[in-house]
Design a protein around this ligand. Sequence first.
Ligand SMILES: *Cc1c(COP(=O)(O)O)cnc(C)c1O
Length: 376
Amino acid sequence: MHNEPYLLTPGPLTTSLSVKQAMLRDWGSWDGDFNQITAAICQDLLTLANAQQTHVCVPLQGSGTYLVEAVFATLLAKDSKTLVLMNGAYGQRAAAILQRMGKTCVTLDKGDYQPPLAQEVDELLRQDPLITHVVVIHCETSSGILNPVDAIAKVVAAQGRELIIDSMSAFGALPVDANELPFTALVSSANKCLEGVPGFGFALIRETALVSCEGQSPSLSLDLYDQWRYMQKTGQWRFTPPTHVVAAFHQALQEYQLEGGQSARLARYSRNRDRLVAGMRALGFQTLLEDAWLSPIIITFLSPDDPAFSFMPFYQQMKSRGFLIYPGKLTQVESFRLGCIGQLFDSQINAVLEAVADSCTALGLTAIQPPQTMSL
Ligand SMILES: *Cc1c(COP(=O)(O)O)cnc(C)c1O
């Protein structure tokens, strides 16, 4: 039944057959039937974050980064100053976007994988009353660390600043309750934990913040205020929507509810992580992070300290056994990543572990040793 490889990557990921089949129909982008799908999706996403009373959902064409850029373009005024909490590639990308846009920005850079702590954020905000916004990455997909967003959100709210959460790889699996986790904007995309296919993303934005953003975005196509107002007026996307992708996402959301929603998805992903980590450790592999920081999204494993191991041959071995794995993104040590998300269940995780063991044998690895130099 499944002769394409499983994706052990954090989006695009392995989707269900029925999600793929939902793309076998053409939709009129201004037709009422399609508009209903868009409206239903937006309602579902707001409900998922318990944000129906406070926030609006604005979808936008493009990959997740387009949404991050659109939120910055739309919400950040000329005199804004943004603190970006960085501990990996996606925090760095957020800062790079701000710099490119000419927005004032400061960073707290924790390196490859250390978490930004609420207390550090609190101190920085006290020292600098000009900071208006804080950007945090929910799950920093480059290491797989789950950042302490709840504690950070409390500090940011207590200091009266605005929080923007890049929850791209976490939303749908990790709980988000707008009443308990105060945020101005939260960004995610179709092709991560909600298990749709790539092509659009969405931002949940506090309505009282968005109403005052007319004309602020220097980009026309990335203007979420205009996208929101136009959708309110017409039910349509401003420019050609990825209709098939939207229809597939609608199907993915129905399957999400059938599975049991956020708690069920979190339980399945957590089980995937726990079984993957236990199995990999039994083979001799070591995780980059201590258990407390391991997300149920993606896990970084240190490459074995053995000249027989290097990423591309290992990748090819895994691919020949039906799994596409993900390279590491650390600057200091060699690593690779395995994802827990998508249509992966116990039998796939068992097969992954078997494939890892067989791949290591095929590469001529004898005893798998993690690098000695790593201190966490
Ligand atoms: C996937 C992801 C993004 C968006 O990446 P795209 O390649 O543009 O889809 C942004 N932030 C995080 C944390 C991500 O995991």
